[in-house]
Ligand binder design. Structure first.
Ligand SMILES: Nc1ncnc2c1ncn2[C@@H]1O[C@H](COP(=O)(O)OP(=O)(O)OP(=O)(O)O)[C@@H](O)[C@H]1O
Length: 627
């Protein structure tokens, strides 16, 4: 299907949608099937549903161009998703077919297959030969078929037909065709000739994978079939059609394994190219993007003339039914479809555990005014019981309800939805709620201050030592720090609320903040209690933290970490000392490396020196407490 896009130059261009097919592979073992029900299932030839991780009584329904269920044969996948685009190659047009999905979900099976069940690649190449030989001689064209085979590993283009070659450049000629100078191109005389070259080259890749551990699923394998047709008569016009058949790197979240070193670099490269591919597919299919970001990764740069534009493209997203693939399946489906529908219906009646973050749930319950809480509790109770005897299907949700998995799901959803709608609203709601709480604390603080002044006056009036002792005794147990009091009378009035406020940590923080900022002449001594001599500026970076309640300090740090990990550009810019450039650098870092596991990771972001980081922390913690 073609549609019109307006380019950055304002010129209207015709561009093709990428057809998206999803293929669900069957269970790999009987036992798996017996133990667990599937977490995803097909509804018809275009729709499927997956359990909603936020609420297992709901499913999320997706619509695709084609859905291939577990029983779909290799032949059926080829006939419905690939064969229809092949005739275009003979007319000088380009096409691409790529298999996307997590490791083990069936990409290689779909693209390569086995001797008994050949996949898309052998079927497509055979079909191209058939189409060429079926061409009528009288049409006046000569056809030639050739191949190149390469992989993109760590953003390097490597020639699989000449395995000793180095990283090859990608160029674009004046006609906007993408070329790879130095890439081996082999002319093929027949399908068996193709086999002769393709199989050893594939083995090259497999050998490398054994040596380098998992390299195969960590590189994108790209087979290029070129059909060149030349007019026999003058002016001997020549047309070239290109077909890219791509087995993409596994889309699983490589971060989960705690990758380091070479693995981290690989996962960064894979994330970058798959993320760019998703943006390109999205831009092509939404028809709204002014610029399609082909140049942002080697993969998309290479596929530029065969993905979108006048090219015909099909993405086959491979998914697996097992629960252990849930996160990868969910993210693969979100990659493939930008729209989805939440359906309020249990997926399977037995598996109605609710893998929802406790925080989130309490807010939902609060909003629902407590209604529905009882069945919910009962469900959990039942679930607990059956877990104990080991028979609960809800045990599948264990991995889903792990905080790290939940966090990644939330982050993923935010990324997919560009931090919009419900999540944005809930963040805003949280902020509004926090502001309200802080306001209330400020009110209480003022009240304490008034009382303190009153008490101080009373203390002055009653000079009896007995009374004074009693007064001190009442307050002593709540006192957190014994300041170096030189003028007790003046300080007492202000110190008392501080002591009382320690009943509630947040209140205490508000007090410290308020006092350290609003220093009047009279209150100067107080600020000296909270801050060391020499003032705030000269305070050692660590010493200001030690003045604060640790639990609230931790809470503030968690909040900052949460924003760093899940905030969109606007939310990041809402942090102190984070401008547009830094916010973008943070987003970029997150894109490549994943979550910040601790706040100190921020120093890995470009231009965030240790000094800037310390100042960032101070400003944000004080701000979080004092707003
Ligand atoms: N539709 C299917 N029918 C039968 N078996 C399948 C199907 N899809 C995948 N398999 C089998 O599942 C296993 C994993 O599939 P495959 O190797 O294709 O996954 P992959 O996504 O390519 O993984 P990797 O990224 O590691 O290359 C293989 O044994 C494969 O034969």
């Amino acid at each position: 299907m073609a549609q019109r896009l307006t380019g950055a130059d304002g010129v209207s261009k015709k561009t093709s949608r990428v057809r998206v097919a999803v293929r669900l592979r069957p269970y790999m073992s009987r036992q798996d099937e017996k133990d667990e029900g599937p977490c995803v299932r097909g509804l018809d030839s275009q729709n499927l549903e997956i359990i909603n991780w936020r609420n297992a009584t709901e499913t999320v329904k997706y619509h695709f161009d084609v859905f291939h269920g577990e029983q779909t044969t290799q032949q059926e996948v080829f006939l419905s998703s690939v064969k229809p685009i092949l005739p275009h190659i003979l007319n000088g047009q380009n096409a691409s077919v790529f298999a996307y999905g997590p490791t083990g979900a069936g990409k290689t099976h779909t693209m390569l297959g086995t001797a008994e069940q050949p996949g898309v690649i052998p079927r497509a190449v055979r079909e191209v030969f058939n189409l060429v030989s079926a061409k009528d001689e009288d049409e006046g064209w000569d056809y030639s078929i050739g191949m190149s085979y390469l992989e993109i590993y760590n953003e390097k283009v490597l020639d699989l037909l000449s395995p000793n070659s180095q990283d090859l450049p990608i160029r674009e000629n004046k006609d906007k065709n993408i070329l790879i100078p130095g890439l081996t191109y082999t002319v093929l005389s027949s399908f068996s000739d193709f086999d002769k070259h393709f199989i050893p080259a594939t083995l090259n890749r497999t050998t490398a994978s054994t040596k380098l551990n998992q390299r195969s699923s960590r590189s994108h394998a790209i087979l290029l079939i070129k059909v060149v047709r030349t007019q026999r008569a003058l002016p001997h016009r020549q047309q070239t059609g290109k077909l890219y058949l791509v087995d993409l790197a596994g889309s699983e979240d490589n971060r989960r394994t705690g990758n380091q070193g070479i693995r981290l670099k690989e996962s960064g490269a894979i994330n970058l190219s798959l993320f760019t591919l998703s943006k390109v597919v999205d831009a092509l299919n939404s028809g709204t993007a002014a610029r399609i970001p082909y140049r942002d990764s080697k993969l998309t740069r290479l596929l530029q003339d065969s993905l979108g534009g006048s090219a015909h493209s099909v993405m086959i997203t491979n998914i697996a039914p097992e629960y252990r693939y849930y996160f990868d399946t969910f993210s693969a489906l979100n990659f493939a479809a930008k729209s989805k529908l939440i359906v309020n219906k249990p997926f399977t009646r037995e598996t109605v555990a609710v893998p929802v973050l406790p925080v989130k749930r309490s807010r939902e319950e609060h909003e629902a005014g407590g209604s529905g809480a009882e069945p919910h509790k009962k469900k959990q109770k039942d679930e607990k019981k059956s877990e104990q005897d080991g028979s609960s299907p809800s045990a599948h949700y264990h991995s889903l309800s792990e905080p790290s998995v939940m966090e990644r799901l939330i982050a993923l959803e935010k990324l997919m939805m560009s931090c919009q709608d419900k999540d944005r609203q809930s963040v805003l709601k949280d902020v509004a709620q926090s502001r309200k709480e802080i306001q209330e604390l400020k009110e209480k603080q003022r009240e304490f201050e008034r009382k303190a002044v009153l008490l101080s006056q009373l203390a002055k009036e009653k000079s009896s030592s007995k009374d004074e002792a009693a007064f001190k005794n009442t307050l002593a147990p709540l006192q957190r720090k014994q300041p170096n009091v030189t003028k007790p009378n003046k300080q007492q009035a202000v110190v008392q609320p501080l002591q009382v406020s320690q009943l509630q940590p947040l209140q205490h923080l508000a007090v410290v903040r308020k006092q350290s900022v609003c220093v009047t002449k009279k209150e100067k001594k107080l600020s000296e209690i909270v801050e060391p001599p020499g003032g705030k500026e000269n305070m050692k970076e660590s010493s200001w933290e030690s003045q604060l309640d640790t639990s609230v300090l931790d809470e503030s740090k968690q909040k900052i970490l949460h924003i760093l990990n899940t905030g969109c550009l606007k939310e990041l810019k809402g942090l102190q000392q984070i401008g547009d450039k830094k916010a973008k650098l943070i987003l970029g870092w997150r894109e490549i490396h994943g979550h910040f596991t601790k706040l100190e990771d921020l120093t890995n972001v470009e231009s965030m020196t240790q000094k800037r980081f310390s100042s960032f922390m101070k400003a944000n913690i004080l701000s979080a407490m004092g707003k």
